[in-house]
Ligand binder design. Structure first.
Ligand code: GDG
Length: 470
């Protein structure tokens, strides 16, 4: 078996892969340890041109090499802050209204992909399989192919793939899909995302899609598949229980004075439906006076991408809403929304989830949403909380024990909260069991192993076959 090469925009540090980061980093690192290999990507640092060109920096941890490069200010602005996060992210989350398109940024995006690919080529061996992650790196395989790389290359898209009519808003949409066709295997979070890609291929690229999932487009053959990302539910359950009596949980419990607790945790991102969520909670207090003073929403929202203008706007909007609602319903000893704009340790989050009666997860669009899965896994099976989940999270297709909501329907969300707050124990337990069974059946290991198994089974290219496998 050849080595595994993982390429992602950001590379976890060796310490983070030991458990302090999210489960995803731990899961990917597990596969790297088994096969041996390289984890390659941006270090997260903005550096001078000389330092950037001197990379990659190599750090060895057993059979795994962490290889990272810094980005220059220009590359960061065009590739990361620009085309990745001000064009692709909003459009792929159906927010054309928040997207901008600048030719120079797109050129920078392609230039950085080509530059990163060139850096990686020197670290490759003939038997390696290469797994590229996410929207920052769509042209990566094309760049590797143009350097003569014939290894198997797979791509997993962590965010939604938009319907063709939405994708058409990005002027170089055809080039992007053409770049995707240079992979051997494309993995999507849901069947809806896969279908959207297939629709583009058949309607806009004169390609074909066979019943077995093989695609022909732009003179290349590739495969697509659905790989629903998961968590390791039993590890989360164990962690949540282990830390349930820690100081932070006790302090929270004491401060709640017997009130019910609704928990939400999201990166501070406009795709997560935070404003809509706050308004639904406000409606609960407005329509059901009996809940005033008796239920608290804790929203943890660590800021991300705070140098992108649309992220500054969502932060302002949310601060305004939290202030407005708290002004309206607070008492001398009661604050309805505790809005915490900071990062918490993972183990703290899991134990706080366990303490709450509702997990309120209402994105407007989300590839999967791991918080929803983590919330379920962290519950106490003897007295589980209820997951109230948006139909627009990929996780909704799996978690049939959740109370599903449409985040655009404020009254519907408010009614779902009422229902969840009053749900009897046996109904909560039944729902929890259904959700836990789904998490165990399709855990993070299944996601990772099935993607890699399918990638390994793709026929290998002969040299000169840069374009697509035959
Ligand atoms: C993308 C896609 C897809 C959050 N706050 C803190 C913290 N987190 C952790 C959560 C969870 C992760 O970050 C967030 O994952 P999500 O899946 O919810 O959302 P995105 O960041 O948007 O992820 C998404 C995912 O990729 C994987 O494919 O599901 O659809 O958008 O693990 O717990 N972790 C810590 N402190 C925090 O304050 N430690």
């Amino acid at each position: 078996m050849g080595r595994l090469i993982v390429v992602s925009n950001r590379v976890a540090t060796p310490t983070e892969t030991k458990g302090s980061a999210g489960g995803l980093a731990v899961g990917v690192f597990g596969a790297l340890k088994d096969a041996g290999g390289v984890w390659f990507g941006w270090s997260g640092d903005v550096v001078s041109e000389t330092v950037a060109n001197a990379g990659p920096m190599l750090e060895q941890d057993g059979a795994v090499t962490f290889a990272t490069v810094g980005l220059t200010r220009k590359d960061y602005d065009q590739y990361y802050r620009g085309f990745s996060n001000a064009t692709l992210w909003p459009v792929f989350h159906y927010r054309n209204d928040l997207a901008r398109y600048e030719r120079e940024e797109y050129a920078g995006y392609r230039r950085v992909n080509a530059w990163l690919a060139h850096k990686l080529v020197k670290l490759l061996e003939p038997d390696d399989i290469i797994w590229i992650h996410d929207y920052h790196l769509i042209p990566f395989a094309e760049a590797l192919r143009s350097e003569g790389v014939t290894n198997r290359i797979g791509f997993f898209l962590h965010i939604p793939f938009p319907a063709p009519q939405i994708l058409l808003n990005i002027p170089p949409h055809e080039e992007l899909v053409k770049s995707l066709s240079c992979y051997d295997l494309l993995g999507f979070q849901t069947a809806t995302d896969q279908q959207a890609f297939h629709d583009y291929v058949t309607r806009h690229a004169r390609g074909t899609v066979s019943a077995d999932g093989s695609v022909e487009a732009f003179g290349r053959k590739l495969r697509t598949g659905v790989y629903r990302i998961g968590v390791f539910p039993d590890e989360i359950a164990e962690q949540a229980k282990r830390y349930e009596s820690r100081q932070h949980v006790l302090e929270l419990k004491q401060s709640l004075e017997g009130r019910k607790l609704i928990m939400s945790v999201d990166r501070l991102d406009y795709s997560k439906g935070l404003v809509e969520r706050f308004r639904a909670f406000e409606l609960l207090l407005e329509r059901s006076p009996e809940w005033r003073g008796n239920v608290t929403l804790v929203q943890i929202a660590p800021p991300t991408r705070s140098d992108v203008a649309t992220y500054q706007k969502i932060r302002q909007d949310l601060e305004y809403e939290a202030g407005r609602i708290n002004g309206r319903y607070s008492g001398l000893d009661y604050t309805p929304i505790r809005y915490l704009n900071q990062q918490y340790d993972r183990w703290k989050l899991m134990s706080l989830f366990r303490e709450s009666q509702i997990g309120f997860v209402t994105p407007l669009h989300d590839g999967m949403n791991l918080v929803a899965k983590e919330y379920v896994a962290a519950q106490n099976p003897d007295d589980p909380g209820v997951l109230v989940l948006s139909i627009f999270a990929g996780a909704a297709a799996e978690l049939s024990g959740a109370v599903l909501v449409n985040p655009h329907d404020a009254i519907g969300m408010c009614e779902a909260l009422q229902r969840a707050l009053q749900m009897p124990l046996d109904a909560r337990q039944r729902r929890h069991e259904i959700n836990m069974a789904a998490l165990r059946e399709n855990d993070l290991g299944v996601w990772r192993d099935s993607f890699l198994r399918d990638l390994r089974s793709v026929p290998v290219r002969r040299s000169g076959e840069g374009g697509g496998h035959q």
